[in-house]
Design a protein around this ligand. Structure first.
Ligand code: PEP
Ligand code: MN
Length: 339
């Protein structure tokens, strides 16, 4: 249930409504919007009559939400959320935020070369896995903490922020000094212990859609993180499993406008994992931006044919530069700009 307060509601009235909701057994989350304070009341109270709250002074309306997620729903923050990752880097604002880099951090030279080049073309975050969820246990698993250190150092040298994948709650404390944003991979979208642990962290989370997850399941996973008090969640459409086998996954572009309607959270697209093929990444990146994505996650490698993972879907530096120039033309048509 979402309680929208009147524009002129006093702090005492807001506190009174919050106290009543708590006494009724709800978890209460407060959001202060430009005009209205909105209270999200979470919890199932079978005999609850919402008119009890509607009648309290200062209350404008009570919206009962039928969706199973509340904090992630658009009704809770109708104006949309902006998630700030670092100074001047915000998902959900006017700027289309691009995170670029290799699938995995491989060496100091590799990450330095890529960081230096992607920033020149407008990337704001450097991506790179240090813990890799590989399908085969015999594939390269990532450099672990060494990889995170190399990623941080390269990003700092070039004024980039860092996003990297966390696979297990036990890795979180070690990772925090190295990253600006924690990525939850598709295979972990329903790792509820991990989601709960990230709810206690005060750093933004990039939550990728699971391989076979519905949009509702994705939003419920975001709800896990938000219910713990961490509202800094950015969603990522990265392709789902379908019967089509030409591409690695099927990038569900329609999920972008659907999520924009259902949720206030920023949503970005990952056309690299979404297609699995370098030649299909630029057209799908352009389509995602035209469809309203708040940003992109793109795999880029200076020597993709020798990459230790996902080389086939990694853009060369030149291809990335060309794509960014194309996005500079497309973005203004949908009210966005590229940094
Ligand atoms: C990645 O971004 O490197 C990754 C492993 O993506 P996903 O979890 O979407 O497969
Ligand atoms: Mn990858």
């Amino acid at each position: 249930m979402v309680v929208v307060m009147e524009e002129q509601a006093s702090e005492a009235q807001i506190q009174h409504v919050m106290a009543r909701l708590l006494a009724l057994g709800f978890d209460v989350h407060r959001s202060t919007g430009v005009k209205h304070t909105v209270l999200g009341a979470v919890g199932v109270q079978p005999d609850f009559d919402h008119r009890q709250i509607e009648l309290l002074s200062g209350v404008r309306e009570v919206i009962r939400i039928t969706e199973p997620y509340k904090l992630a729903s658009r009704a809770w923050r109708p104006e949309g959320s902006v998630v700030e990752v670092g100074p001047g880097v915000r998902f959900g604002g006017e700027e289309l935020v691009v995170a670029a880099g290799p699938c995995a951090v491989e060496s100091a030279e590799q990450i330095e070369t890529i960081a230096e080049r992607v920033v020149q073309h407008g990337a704001r975050l450097l991506r790179g896995g240090a813990f890799k969820p590989r399908t085969s246990p015999y594939s390269f698993q990532g450099l672990g903490e060494t990889g995170l250190r190399l990623l941080r150092e390269a990003a700092d040298r070039h004024g980039l922020l860092v996003v990297s994948e966390v696979m297990d709650p036990s890795q979180i404390p070690m990772m925090l000094p190295y990253v600006d944003m924690l990525q939850v991979g598709a295979r972990n979208m329903q790792n509820y212990n991990l989601l709960r642990a990230l709810g206690t962290v005060r750093k933004p989370v990039l939550l990728k859609r699971g391989l076979a997850a519905t949009i509702e399941e994705l939003l419920l996973s975001a709800e896990y993180i938000m219910a713990g008090g961490n509202y800094h969640v950015v969603l990522c459409e990265r392709g789902i499993r379908t019967f089509e086998s030409y591409t690695r996954n099927t990038l569900d572009i329609a999920a972008i406008p659907v999520i924009k309607k259902l949720s206030h959270l920023p949503i970005i697209a990952d056309p690299s994992h979404g297609t699995g093929r370098r030649d299909k990444v630029p057209p799908m990146a352009r389509a995602a931006v035209a469809a309203g994505a708040d940003g992109l996650l793109i795999e880029v490698h200076h020597d993709p044919d020798r990459a230790l993972s996902d080389g086939a879907q990694s853009l060369t530096i030149e291809q990335f530069a060309k794509l960014m120039n194309e996005l500079r033309i497309i973005a203004p048509a949908v009210g966005r700009r590229v940094g």
